[in-house]
Design a protein around this ligand. Structure first.
Ligand code: PLP
Length: 339
């Protein structure tokens, strides 16, 4: 029986074609800057995002951390959201390893940081305070595309003061496909952008940090210090290049499958739930009836359908290893066990 894994878009496994591209990759020692496949990946993505340079990273967490270390020094701070990844899900790395103080502010319903709160969080020049240096935003957040006009306004607050902005664009390609806005436009307001290759794009590993050549030069030292200097890593960069070539446009299918799932759930009248579909590849479902939830969880589990058990809301994430048929099968199991 096929496993249908809704936990995250990170659970995809490399396709045969991707593996072949990896096997054929030309490689060299990337610490010497001599891996031709890594160079192509970094330049290709930098060009698409309208940035001067890129740096291949082992993970999104490493990429964000290196960006924070590039922008902020000890005793300085970055402003971000209480449930944004750079604050909540990166083990406090910036504080632990960089002496950088996070300033998390509450996130609105639409997953943005209120502009008045951003303004109010910027510290005046007073030795009691950490020195505000950076705004760290995210797109998409919980699968929600952040409005580009909002992004321009938020980053302008920092720019006007000579401060910088970073984008955690782990799923920026979902935002690009959903909004139809060019990657370059989405990245333009930011001084640095981190993009994951191992989420919806389906590569087994890798993120790329993008920014000015100066920032990327600095980033190389931090990456090295964090143990992220790697050798014949073109084998992995080849998976990233394959993903950029083949797996970007198809994100549309993931969005369609998520929308289909949401509509399917709405049509099951026996369900006592609230649905929050955030527009790309994530559907959040809150059950009001514990016993109904338990019945459905048991039924899904028995059919090898895996979901993250983050109560109260269950998160369903679509990705390239989940087909339309998988969605239909899941809906019919839910329908049968909801009665
Ligand atoms: C997954 C993710 C990251 C990076 O995660 P890694 O697992 O370290 O690659 C960063 N930001 C967001 C929003 C993410 O979803």
């Amino acid at each position: 029986m096929k496993t249908i894994d809704f936990r995250s878009d990170t659970v995809t496994t490399p396709s045969q074609d991707m593996r072949e591209a990896m096997a054929k990759a030309e490689v060299g020692d990337d610490v010497y800057g001599e891996d031709p496949t890594v160079i192509v990946l970094e330049q290709d993505l930098a060009k698409k995002a309208g940035k001067q340079a890129g740096l291949f990273m082992t993970s999104g967490t490493q990429s964000n951390l290196v960006a924070l270390l590039c922008h902020c020094e000890r005793g300085e701070e970055y402003i971000t959201g209480t449930h944004y990844h750079t604050y909540k899900y990166e083990a406090g790395g910036a504080a632990v390893l960089g002496g950088i103080s996070p300033c998390p502010i509450p996130v609105s319903q639409d997953q943005t940081l209120p502009l008045d709160l951003i303004n109010a969080a910027i510290k005046p020049d007073d030795f009691h305070f950490p020195v505000t240096k950076l705004l760290s935003l995210e797109n998409t957040v919980n699968g929600k595309v952040i409005d580009q006009n909002y992004i321009k306004l938020a980053t302008a607050i920092f720019k006007e003061r000579g401060l910088k902005s970073h984008l955690d664009g782990a799923r920026i390609f979902n935002a690009h496909i959903k909004s139809g806005i060019e990657l370059e436009t989405l990245c333009m307001p930011f001084d640095s952008v981190s993009i994951c290759l191992s989420k919806g794009l389906g590569a087994p590993i890798g993120s790329v940090l993008l920014g000015t050549s100066e920032l990327i030069e600095k980033a190389k030292r931090w990456r090295k210090m964090l143990g992220g200097g790697t050798r014949q890593v073109g084998i992995l960069a080849a998976a990233g290049l394959y993903a950029l070539e083949n797996n970007v446009k198809r994100l549309r299918q993931d969005h369609e499958n998520a929308a289909l799932f949401k509509e399917g759930l709405e049509n099951i009248s026996a369900l006592n739930i609230d649905i929050n579909y955030t527009g790309t590849n994530m559907v959040f479902v809150t059950f009001h009836d514990e016993s109904q939830l338990s019945k459905i969880q048991t039924a899904l589990k028995s059919q090898n359908i895996i979901i993250a058990s983050s109560r109260p809301a269950l998160r369903f994430v679509t990705h390239l290893d989940i087909s339309r048929q998988d969605i239909e099968k899941t809906l019919s199991i839910i329908e049968n066990s909801a009665k």
